[in-house]
Design a binder for this molecule. Structure first.
Ligand SMILES: *Cc1c(COP(=O)(O)O)cnc(C)c1O
Length: 363
């Protein structure tokens, strides 16, 4: 039976070539090599060099490998917040980062708007005592996103010492960040990189590193094997403190190389084109409507629609067309569908999905 195309917002459709890269990894017995070997260090360096190029990452940024974005949340609080973090919350993922700060004993405050809404940044006052400002570029649970220009405004709004952390888990490499306006961004490979889950990637500048060292000097706990200094010490020699997800680091290097060959400009153009096709369809559909009302706050990488037909029935209809969309998040499970628009999804995939959803409209 033909396998479906996964439009689920992560895990999602794998990037073209991943199956072959996995076969090549097995043929080279990468599951057996030492993570202290030169062979592994080369795999690590290939992934990091490729990512630096793809993202045009400045020299003052480091790339660290963790297990997931959830882990980055915990490590970010442990390593860079002594007392207080401040969170913009408009959905389940931004809320979860806020909760984690509290669970780790910090005082977390939030500026919250209803699910599906974006932020009017001019209205937001950032507490001067906040050490970390948590922004979510793309709220995968609701389909609301923050324009990059709005994110950049926080450098002026926050106190000079505050660190600006951007959750871009379901949008990197799409957003064109000015890395001088933020201090850290992070993502997971099962979203836009089209890989199996199990690797979180943390981009962070020297200000985050200095903060971790300061907390350590004060005698505070910043965690153990995945503290920033511990990760960094190994990263400088293309290694990780623990035995890492070697296979995924290898696969990330291969996918990033393919993305660099294709070019980020083209990936961004295609993302915009596919998003436009999807939103244009949703706006005229009888069954669906864009869940985010304000066009400027609509995500281009995870497109969410309200649906008159339960999401499970939408997927029943799509099954013979060999396609799967994401159900709504949490309590919106049946009342919304979520459509990933990742680099692995081709323009033809999206056109085929729209034509099937259109057929459902007419059914
Ligand atoms: C998926 C996702 C996460 C969590 O990623 P994990 O790899 O499951 O930890 C966090 N934030 C956003 C916006 C996400 O889409």
């Amino acid at each position: 039976m033909a396998q479906p195309v996964y439009f689920t917002p992560g895990p999602s459709e794998l990037y073209p070539g991943v199956e072959e890269h996995i076969q090549a990894a097995m043929a080279a017995k990468l599951g057996s090599i030492s993570h202290r070997s030169q062979q592994f260090k080369s795999i690590y360096a290939h992934a990091v060099t490729g990512l630096r190029k793809l993202l045009a990452l400045p020299e003052n940024y480091q790339i660290l490998f963790l297990s997931s974005a959830n882990e980055v949340w915990e490590r970010a609080i442990q390593n860079t917040v002594e007392r207080e973090s401040f969170h913009l919350v408009n959905g389940a993922f931004s809320e979860r980062f806020f909760e984690i700060s509290g669970e780790l004993g910090r005082s977390a405050t939030k500026y919250k708007v209803p699910d599906g809404e974006g932020f009017d940044v001019a209205q937001i006052n950032v507490p001067t005592t906040a050490e970390l400002i948590a922004l979510t570029q793309n709220e995968t649970s609701t389909g609301a996103s923050m324009p990059v220009a709005d994110i950049h405004l926080f450098r002026e709004k926050a106190s000079p010492e505050a660190l600006i952390f951007v959750d871009a888990v379901s949008s990197v490499p799409f957003p064109a960040f000015d890395y001088t306006k933020i201090d850290a961004a992070y993502f997971s490979v099962q979203k836009c990189f089209g890989l199996p889950a199990g690797l979180g990637v943390w981009l962070l500048n020297e200000r985050c590193i200095q903060k971790a060292e300061l907390l350590l000097q004060k005698g505070l706990s910043i965690g153990s094997y995945h503290s920033i200094p511990s990760l960094l010490k190994k990263a400088l020699s293309n290694q990780t403190p623990e035995t890492p997800n070697v296979l995924n680091i290898y696969l990330l290097g291969q996918v990033v190389e393919a993305m660099n060959q294709k070019g980020l400009d083209l990936i961004r153009q295609e993302t915009e084109l596919k998003a436009r096709l999807l939103y244009t369809f949703l706006e005229t559909s009888k069954t669906f409507a864009p869940a985010v009302k304000e066009a400027a706050h609509r995500s281009l990488t995870t497109i969410i629609a309200t649906t008159h037909l339960p999401a499970s029935e939408v997927n029943n209809f799509l099954a013979p067309h060999h396609m799967v969309v994401g159900s709504g998040y949490g309590q919106n499970k049946e009342t919304q569908i979520r459509i990933a628009n990742f680099p692995a999804h081709t323009v033809d995939h999206v056109k085929a999905l729209i034509s099937s959803l259109h057929a459902l409209d007419l059914a």
